[in-house]
Design a protein around this ligand. Structure first.
Ligand code: PHE
Length: 344
């Protein structure tokens, strides 16, 4: 038995000499040292020996398995280090190589301007109406009727408004004022909201006008709201949006849904008021229409005009963006020319 042990050990040593990899080592461990391994087979037969022999052969078996165990361990560590180094070498990353260019988009200037304007009104206590209260495809009822626009008003003409084929009375909204009605139908005063969105008009296109553009509607209805509040809020908006140093003017105007009504012009930044192509020689660009909500409109939505009053406004986002960044043609917003868009 002693000889048998020595022989197995010699074989194991030869096997170990030949081992190249960690998995070779594992095979050797299984072959000799596992429960079904060759040494264990011998240890199982120890019970047939005399007590004396049992002691001698038993301790020899232990000694040999321990020796084998430790040389396996040493080899294992050697191979482990070697294989790890090879792997690290192979997977090495050259961090000095230049990175891959990944082009990334930017926020469109109109979106940026809209966000900026909305943030100003939020800071003044206005909240944004939910999208479903400000649809772009709208019935004449919300776009005109409820806003006190007479049936024969020229704005209803197909020359000014795009009618759809969905139904006779469905239009692409010509103004975000539809959201005023939907806001007032959806809640009781006090109401203090803004509604940004796209509007469509059958216009001749030029440097200041496109057949679709963007507006931000505003509405404030409560007790004791006056024209002074309207001027105060809009002047504060202009101050915050442009900084203090922009010449502006209030002009009286007319809208069927406000009385009295006004428009605000801001001096043209392209020519500093001297007159140019963008402002069509006037030196001014209109940025918004506004006014005190007409009592008829309040009545239409069931708000008592003897108790409540309010003001509303609708501002042109493109115009405001043009006046801030000196963009001399509204069409630049819609051409998707990267040379333009990259500047923002
Ligand atoms: N809806 C008007 C327009 O498109 C602007 C406006 C809004 C005027 C609210 C008064 C009150 O020109």
């Amino acid at each position: 038995m002693k000889e048998q042990l020595e022989k197995i050990y010699a074989n194991a040593t030869v096997d170990l000499e030949k081992a190249q990899t960690i998995s070779d080592i594992e095979e050797i461990r299984a072959k000799y040292l596992s429960r079904k391994g060759e040494f264990n087979e011998i240890k199982k037969n120890l019970k047939n020996l005399s007590d004396e022999d049992k002691r001698v052969v038993g301790s020899l078996a232990n000694e040999i398995t321990q020796k084998l165990e430790s040389s396996l361990k040493a080899k294992y560590e050697e191979f482990y280090k070697k294989e790890l180094n090879e792997k690290l070498q192979k997977e090495r990353i050259d961090i000095t190589l230049p990175g891959k260019y990944i082009p990334h988009g930017k926020v469109h200037p109109l979106t940026a301007t809209t966000n900026e304007i909305v943030a100003i009104f939020q800071s003044l206590g206005f909240s944004v109406v939910p999208d479903e209260h400000s649809p772009e495809v709208e019935t004449e009822y919300y776009n005109f009727d409820m806003l006190n626009v007479p049936k024969d008003h020229p704005a209803r003409d197909v020359q000014d408004t795009f009618y759809t084929e969905i139904a006779k009375n469905v239009v692409l909204r010509s103004q975000t004022s539809n959201s005023q009605i939907r806001a007032m139908e959806g809640q009781n005063p006090p109401i203090r909201v803004v509604a940004p969105g796209r509007v469509y008009r059958n216009e001749n296109i030029n440097a200041r006008k496109n057949n679709f553009f963007h507006q931000i509607e505003g509405l404030y209805v409560d007790k004791n709201i006056t024209f002074g509040d309207l001027k105060g809020v809009l002047n504060e908006f202009i101050r915050l949006y442009f900084g203090a140093s922009r010449p502006t003017r209030f002009r009286s105007s007319f809208f069927p849904f406000t009385e009295p009504s006004a428009e605000i012009d801001v001096q043209c930044i392209m020519c500093e008021g001297k007159g140019c192509r963008t402002c069509s020689g006037t030196g001014w660009l209109e940025i918004l229409g506004a006014g005190m909500v007409d009592p008829n409109v309040l009545r239409n939505v069931g708000i008592d005009p003897d108790v409540y009053s309010g003001f509303a406004f609708g501002m042109g986002v493109e115009r405001l963006s043009m006046l801030k960044y000196a963009i001399d043609d509204i069409r630049l917003f819609f051409n998707n020319d990267e040379r333009f868009l990259k500047q923002f």
